[in-house]
Design a protein around this ligand. Structure first.
Ligand SMILES: C[S@@+](CC[C@H](N)C(=O)[O-])C[C@H]1O[C@@H](n2cnc3c(N)ncnc32)[C@H](O)[C@@H]1O
Length: 302
């Protein structure tokens, strides 16, 4: 599974993290691990939450059973714990921020979820063997690293032929509203943002302060943040024998939002792709940070 010899630290497989940028990012997330759990969260509520989210529910159905899945940059590892609960899949939650991973590990232990392996490591140390996962998921992570494209090159190596990869990144156009709010946050502070940020406005009154702070820090105070376009990621896929399957927002013809199709939903053209990124600004995705998702499948071996 690993190219290097790890240590085991209280149930978590652990590698030294040495990169300067990764260390500054882990220091940032150690204060408020992201996305964090609500105080009353348990396996039942996690399953309910996962099942009510269209993407995570379809992902779980798509994966089925007997698969190996890795969530790279899993933070507090909700997705990994959700996918593992009630399945026999081998799930790996991978993150360099130990306190975030520890929250996920503790949740799994307390809720009797036994098929998640927690790995404390940095993408750039390239610790994973090649072609071992049926699914590689990396959302909300690469744009917080020193070199997103190099990070992508490393993580796609661990994908099996015919395996699926999902990359979630901030969009250069779609994040426009957040860029504006980041300026306002610097001038006017938290109170205004509590009112202006659609995600924060949507939260339940019982949401913990830690969860709220973790969002505010992640969106408005992050020390390392970049943004990307559809065309950049299409090029990443094309250069690594990964067939583009789908995206959110869709740039092709997946009207039923099936996401993990067997065949590509089509990639539109430069103009339609620019248009759908501009359109993000005015919709829910643009309101909540401008994250876009690209899904691909690695070519089969001859
Ligand atoms: C915004 S959080 C996203 C957490 C989770 N993927 C989600 O969407 O809820 C970003 C995570 O990326 C992790 N991360 C940052 N740099 C990384 C790196 N070089 N290798 C792996 N993970 C990294 C951080 O530790 C943090 O937990």
């Amino acid at each position: 599974m690993f190219k290097l010899q790890p240590k085991l630290k209280d149930g978590i497989i652990s590698f030294d993290v040495n990169d300067k940028t990764t260390k500054s990012v882990t220091k940032f997330y150690e204060i408020e691990p992201f996305p964090n759990y609500s105080s009353n969260e348990d396996k039942r509520s996690l399953l309910d939450k996962g099942d009510s989210n269209d993407l995570s529910k379809k992902l779980k159905d798509f994966i089925g059973f007997n698969k190996t899945f890795i969530e790279i940059g899993s933070g507090t590892s909700q997705l990994s714990n959700y996918l593992a609960a009630g399945s026999n899949n081998k799930i790996y939650a991978f993150d360099p921020t130990e306190p975030a991973l520890r929250l996920g590990y503790n949740f799994a232990s307390e809720n009797n979820i036994n098929n998640v392996t927690f790995v404390n490591a940095d993408i750039f140390d390239d610790v994973l063997e090649d072609e071992i996962f049926d699914f590689v998921w990396c959302s909300g992570v690469l744009h917080h690293t020193k070199d997103p494209f190099s990070g992508f090159k490393i993580i796609q190596k661990s994908l099996k032929p015919n395996g699926y990869i999902l990359i979630g990144l901030y969009n250069k156009y779609g994040r426009f509203r957040t860029f504006v709010r980041q300026i306002l946050y610097k001038i006017f502070g938290k109170k205004l943002i509590m009112f202006m940020d659609p995600y924060l406005r949507s939260l339940d009154k019982r949401t913990s302060h830690r969860k709220i702070n973790s969002w505010i820090r992640d969106q408005y105070e992050h020390p390392v943040e970049q943004s990307h376009t559809f065309d950049e990621v299409l090029k990443w896929f094309d250069n690594h024998d990964i067939e583009f399957i789908n995206s959110i927002p869709s740039i092709g013809e997946d009207e039923n939002n099936l996401y993990f199709n067997q065949t590509s939903s089509g990639r539109g053209n430069v103009v339609s792709r620019v248009f759908s990124q501009i359109k993000m600004i005015f919709g829910r995705l643009g309101g909540e940070g401008g994250l876009f998702i690209m899904i691909g499948r690695k070519a089969k071996k001859d």
